[in-house]
Design a protein around this ligand. Structure first.
Ligand code: ZN
Length: 251
């Protein structure tokens, strides 16, 4: 089966639509959280995800935007966006968001896979370095754990004594591109599909991954989207201008 893995959509409808179109036919959609917050289309994005995703894991912005957690730990821009989102959400979407479970989740029939927002050991922990990856890889028997939260596409691989950081290699800036990772027996992974709606790895294109359980490949993708439209919605909504500017910078 082929599963489309999405994370950190952050209310960016244009980026989500571009990713779904580029991914084409898939057998499953897995959402790793932070569907909303920052972007100006929270209801539209939730409605698409509700219709398409078989598994959803909650993110830290999801918790704040639906009222489960306070925005006290957020910086002023994130807090302003979360407060705007909270008012904007329909009651049905707010309730749906509030019921999204904490990770890690194990998709049915796939004992080798887990889905989390931050670390599988702590939903709020960022996995950025090999040091962060060590404990979750060491402490779990899962072959592929998908994680989000950092908005950095790539991940970490461990096989016996070998540890490797994985970073997709791209050469273009404004076109769609993909990078394929082939899993070999004995390898275990923490894989971040990247952020759909607010990438922070200096690449503005929406990031996602497609996991093929038969071919044992993980294909990372970057796709351009209608950036001007997404930025326009942010400005028209009265959200902080910085949120529009950073989309172009990819950080
Ligand atoms: Zn996020």
């Amino acid at each position: 089966m082929r599963a489309l893995v999405l994370s950190d959509i952050h209310g960016n409808l244009e980026a989500l639509n571009a990713a779904l179109a580029a991914a084409g036919e898939v057998d499953a959609v897995w959402n790793l959280g932070d569907v909303v917050g920052y972007g100006a289309s929270p209801n539209e994005v939730i409605e698409i995800v509700r219709a398409k995703a078989q598994y959803n894991v909650r993110g830290n912005h999801d918790r704040v935007c639906c009222g489960l957690a306070s925005a006290a730990g957020f910086n002023p821009v994130a807090r302003a966006a979360a407060e705007w989102t909270r008012k904007e959400l329909t009651e049905a979407n707010r309730e749906w968001l509030a019921a999204v479970p904490k990770g890690p989740l194990m998709p049915e029939g796939l004992p080798q896979v887990a889905l989390a927002h931050g670390s599988p050991l702590n939903e709020d922990q960022y996995i950025i370095t090999m040091r962060d990856a060590w404990a979750p890889l060491q402490q779990s028997g899962i072959v592929v754990t998908f994680i989000g939260h950092t908005h950095l596409q790539g991940g970490f691989m461990q096989k016996n004594e070998e540890w490797r950081e994985l970073k997709p290699q791209y050469s273009k800036k404004n076109e769609a591109e993909s990078w394929t990772l082939e899993a070999q027996d004995g390898m275990r992974f923490l894989i971040n599909p990247g952020s759909i709606g607010q990438p922070r790895d200096n690449d503005w294109r929406a990031g996602f991954a497609v996991y093929d359980t038969d071919a044992k490949t993980i294909v990372f993708h970057r796709v351009p989207y209608d950036l001007t439209a997404a930025q326009g919605r942010i400005l028209m909504a009265g959200l902080p201008e910085k949120l529009a500017a950073r989309l172009f910078e990819g950080r």
